[in-house]
Design a binder for this molecule. Sequence first.
Ligand code: 5CA
Ligand code: ZN
Length: 465
Amino acid sequence: MENFSEWFHNILEEAKIIDSRYPIKGMNIWLPYGFKIRKYALNIIRNLLDEDHDETLFPLLVPEEELAKEGIHVKGFEEEVYWVTHGGKKELNEKLAIRPTSETAIYPMFSLWVRSHIDLPIKLYQIVNTFRYETKHTRPLIRVREITTFKEAHTIHSSMEDCENQIKDAVKYYKQFFDALAIPYTISNRPSWDKFPGAEYTYAFDTIFPDGRTLQIGTVHNLGQTFAKTFDIKFENNEGKHEFAYQTCYGLSDRVIASLIAVHGDEKGLVLPPKVSPNQITIIPIIFKKGAEEVIAKAKEIKTRLQSSGLRVNIDDRDIRPGKKFFEIEQNGTPVRIEIGPRDLKNNQVVISRRDTFEKINFSLEDDINNFVHELLNKITNNLKEKSKKNLEEHIVEVDDIETIEKTVLDGNIVSIKWCGDDDCGKAIEEKTNLDILGETSKTDGECIYCGKKAKFNTLIAKTY
Ligand code: 5CA
Ligand code: ZN
């Protein structure tokens, strides 16, 4: 991919995912095809979270007084909040913030709901739009001002230990989610200056894009008791004493869809993991004047058969050249294509093609096509998973000389360095290299790459979106 940025911009339009011509910067339209991909991706995360959470829905607007309560939090978002100041012509008595995220909408209610340790834990999530007046360059799905697909989970616990276990569970759910989408990731503990405003610590998932830049695709925050103290969320513990609650929150966004597209796509267009592809199989009848009816009848029969096993199948019987259909199917990322023409019909076979490898298989209809296609879709998912994981692993490079970090990153890599863990030293590294520290991945010994003192952590550093 020569120019990833241009490729990404073009494919959103050509594959009819997003229309970015809306006259407000950072706000876009989900087109029907894109919306379906989004829907299937959300089904996966809903199924995962529903095991252990309840879905809910809070208001979009937050009273200024609530937003202002948590000092560090509000400081972190003050430049990014949109405000509602008027109702019609009348100026409102109290300005209303449009949620940039929902802590300040949800936690005043938690304060009313939580009474006793028996009420805990509470684990809620919602999938909503949030608004952030981003000042960095906006890009559809990657950095938007209306985040249309903000999945935020909020949990409350009666001990720090439970909180920490919840963080582990959240990481586990996100791993399962990204694995299902074949999106590879690194997990790191964000440095103090980049953690979520108000959190004790933040674990972030990042993935690598074809241009070598990384994108943060999910975050898991341990909020400790900070917000509980601010919003007065207290419970009576089993000794009858009142204690502030312990909280976590974790979020995902439209960036998941951006990653799906970026990580798997190729020169011909999208390559969608079967689980989220609007059509999993497209059947193309190759029609000549003679025998057209029989070919179409067979195509329909195969469609019905595949659908009966739970697959999403369509027939493209438009009156246009097959070449044009192949081009479109490749562009929109459909994992499997089945062609059937008069000669195939005579031989009782079809031609099955894979989008990921372009492999073509002559398949005899004597055999069980449902079985075959289900296995093929699994193979495609696994191939995408392995390919993208290998790509990420190959692009994480250990460097022990400060002078070579920047060049290694600009060659398209994420760099792993040994770091002392000291804030000033970390910020100096960022400044010197013009890059961002993603965070710690593991403990280590040896020397800090910059100050030479004892190193504590292996730490990733990259060019980020
Ligand atoms: N309340 C917490 C957890 S839900 C929170 O807001 N965390 S966050 O600020 O890190 O945002 C959650 C996720 O949203 C991030 O991991 C990031 O992937 C994504 N995100 C943040 N800002 C944007 C944006 N402007 N456009 C698209 N996605 C974004
Ligand atoms: Zn150091």
